[in-house]
Design a protein around this ligand. Sequence first.
Ligand SMILES: Cc1ncc(COP(=O)(O)O)c(C=O)c1O
Length: 392
Amino acid sequence: MEQIHISYARQWIEDDDIQQVVQTLASDFLTTGPQIERFEAALCDLTGAGHAVVCSSGTAALHLACMALGIASGDTGLTSPNSFLASANCIELCGGRADFVDIDSYTLCMDPEALADYCRNNSAPQVVIPVDFAGTPADLPAIQALGREYGFHVIEDAAHAIGSTYTHNGKTYQCGSCAHTDLAIFSFHPAKTITCGEGGAVMTNDKVLADRLRMLRNHGMVKSPDLTSDAADTDLHGPWYYEMHALGANFRITDVQCALGSSQLTHLGRFRDLRRKIVHTYNLAFKDDDRLILPPKALAKTACPHLYPIQFVRGSRTRKRIYQELADHRIFCQVHYIPIYLQPYYAKKYAYSRGKCPEAETYYSRALSLPLFAALARDQVAYVIKTVKELL
Ligand SMILES: Cc1ncc(COP(=O)(O)O)c(C=O)c1O
């Protein structure tokens, strides 16, 4: 093995990716050109969703999704506490209040029972954002059923789950298909399964929402057709005429990034198989160790695994020691995630405190994500396993 440095996640860029980027750099369009639609079409092909709107990041995608649904002051949005900040911040950025429902201790995703409890005991939220944690699909059909009962919209945060599938009533669906949600989002950060450098996408089957997302992505601007202002007819204006119909911003992604994204997408099947193989190897190595709790089984079977989160039964001291000692062995793990509501912004603003979501807190206290990425070599996986076993 070369000089050891194993991080928890890493992109895999190959020659064909580089060629696509170079060709785009030499083309007429660096942004708002043909690579945008090409990448959007490929995402629709993959997921089966009717529309894809690509944008500058997964964070931008969540923000756009909440804007498109009209989330505003006085609204409440619910998400999983076991996620990255962006899953909640999108609600706050629209002026709403982010609140949290606990996770299921097995799937580590939002617990539909906890969501049902919330809806029974509080006024219903306007939007719910389940997160496909580590690549494991959240229970979207159950959450959609609650959405119909209580009248909320659903945005699937599939930042971890491109290429994952789930089965409902005998039929298999891709994460991001929006078969059971109004909208879904992906992230193409380099830590994710495929990357654009930075990038994101919003998926939907609703054309009205898709049109609104495209408008908001570009400052809320509308060029013909259907301009409503009489001003468009005067001599003062001409074919250059545009109108702003809503408050948007620049959420655009470049053609260079989308060329990379389209090329990476052609590798998704291989990346998924390699990731599953690593998950399987970790599972086999650790399965009889009762000091560890392994990730849900779906991760090796139907998911395209993004993370490999293990839990140390002995708790946070063991986790901290092993995190530090793995770093001494040049294995750089991560912890996903500190329950979002314990962040000072949320804790101070809403008096959220410890005990609010006990399952997410217990999980956080003992979790560690071991290295997982498609290019992780077999001897590196063996080295991680051997080191973890020794340190335990
Ligand atoms: C679950 C989840 N949602 C949203 C995001 C935001 O994506 P991005 O980093 O592309 O803005 C992330 C990124 O880490 C994430 O893990």
